[in-house]
Design a protein around this ligand. Structure first.
Ligand SMILES: [Ca+2]
Ligand SMILES: [Ca+2]
Ligand SMILES: [Ca+2]
Ligand SMILES: [Ca+2]
Length: 410
């Protein structure tokens, strides 16, 4: 929180989100990828620096509750090495937090306008970070990044591809440090086919004289047209908030990549559960065509009732390998040559694979011992060895590991 008088003056509205063009393609739009951050619920931890004493009791209702985490959805990465100083740990880098807790901790300041964000949202908030223990020192910048996994786009019409998300952005610049050169900037970059090259697809900054200036947009649905290179089969996105000091925030939720499947594209759906844990979870589906062509990896969500859908892949016959982050894999056949595959039933995924290498062995035991007795509120906690996803690594998890010891995925 900081003095409202420091806010930037309103300015002319510039084009922020790219205009939505009429989608092309042969069939209805599907979600190739989605992320609402809700599967992080079991790993949310209690506040550490945003205590009621510090926040004027505004965070009192969250005493004892899980409200934030720096753990990521399956396949995501985050980089907080550009977070300087010793500000509030909750906001050191992209954080995944209960939206209402965030609003209260930061004393609102228009964060409450973000009604499109629901429950857990992704937050980069240099303002609230800076407001603790001296926060961002001197002329340092707050630079934070997070990256999605590679998203399969090989069976949709390229011109139909969109990145869509619900955004909350508040700019501020040129008021901190000496010289006052902070220019809080949001950037999204796309990288195709796992390459080292990145294409910028969104830039918002806090400089009222810049072509990229983005005024307050605290509750916006953003839809960006992608322009993949010809033949691209995967895309990943990086979300960066950089060059900030005591500035405002950028938050996102309900991220989707959408596209229109090409003729002959297929969907594959069914049910899969975990043997040792309940609730929805993130899973990786690796589809290996029986014709010897390259495998396809799809990061998907499995609902609490076990249902999943791989939305758009070529019409081939596949071996489908399904795996959660800390389970062994299962393999089933899915022949999608003639049509969509539905009702695929996959036996429960066995726990015990703490390090996600598809076998249960001494490495997993070592990982479990390293964090034994830790719960989500302990810095040493890791979700990997928490096989039953109950927020603590203990004898129940050890029993699961022993029960599946020396086994490998299918
Ligand atoms: Ca959410
Ligand atoms: Ca500032
Ligand atoms: Ca393992
Ligand atoms: Ca556990």
């Amino acid at each position: 929180m900081k003095n409202e008088a420091m806010k930037i003056a309103p300015a002319a509205v510039l084009a922020g989100a790219a205009a939505l063009m009429s989608p092309s393609g042969s069939s209805a739009q599907v979600n190739l990828f989605s992320e609402d951050f809700e599967n992080l619920t079991p790993v949310l931890r209690q506040f550490v620096d945003e205590t009621p004493a510090r926040t004027g009791n505004r965070t009192q209702p969250w005493v004892g509750q899980g409200v934030w985490t720096h753990f990521m959805p399956l396949g995501w990465t985050r980089d907080d090495s550009g977070v300087p100083g010793q500000g509030a740990r909750e906001w050191a880098g992209w954080s995944f937090a209960n939206k209402d807790f965030w609003i209260a901790a930061a004393n609102n300041q228009n964060r409450i306008q973000y009604t499109r964000g629901q429950n857990i949202v992704a937050i980069a908030d240099p303002d609230e970070y800076d407001d603790y223990r001296g926060g961002i020192p001197g002329n340092a910048y707050y630079n934070v990044y997070m990256t999605t996994p590679d998203i399969y786009i090989g069976a949709v019409a390229p011109a139909s591809l969109r990145l869509i998300f619900d955004s909350s952005w508040r700019p501020e610049g040129f008021d901190d440090g000496s010289p006052q050169d902070n220019n809080q900037t949001a950037i999204i970059r796309a990288s195709y086919d796992g390459g080292q090259t990145w294409t910028e697809i969104l830039r918002w900054d806090s400089d009222v004289f810049s072509d990229f200036f983005k005024p307050d947009a605290t509750n916006e649905n953003v839809s960006l047209v992608l322009n993949p290179p010809s033949g691209a089969t995967t895309v990943r996105f990086e979300f960066a908030l950089i060059l900030a000091r005591n500035d405002w925030w950028w938050a996102i939720d309900n991220l989707r990549v959408t596209g229109n499947p090409v003729a002959n594209a297929r969907s594959i759906s069914g049910t899969v559960t975990r043997a040792d844990a309940s609730g929805p979870f993130d899973a990786r589906f690796v589809l290996t065509p029986t014709d010897g062509s390259g495998a396809i990896t799809v990061f998907g969500k499995v609902a609490a009732n076990g249902s999943f859908t791989v939305p758009a892949v070529p019409n081939k016959n596949y071996q489908v390998r399904v795996k959660a982050g800390n389970t062994l894999s299962r393999v089933v056949n899915a022949n999608a040559t003639a049509g969509n595959v539905t009702g695929l039933t996959i036996a429960p995924l066995l726990g015990g694979d703490a390090n996600d290498d598809d076998s249960v062995d001494l490495f997993d035991l070592a990982a479990l011992i390293e964090t034994f007795d830790a719960d989500v509120n302990t810095d040493t906690y890791r979700p990997g060895p928490d096989f039953n996803a109950d927020g603590i690594v203990d004898l129940l998890d050890l029993a699961i590991l022993i029960g599946n010891f020396d086994q490998s995925g299918e």
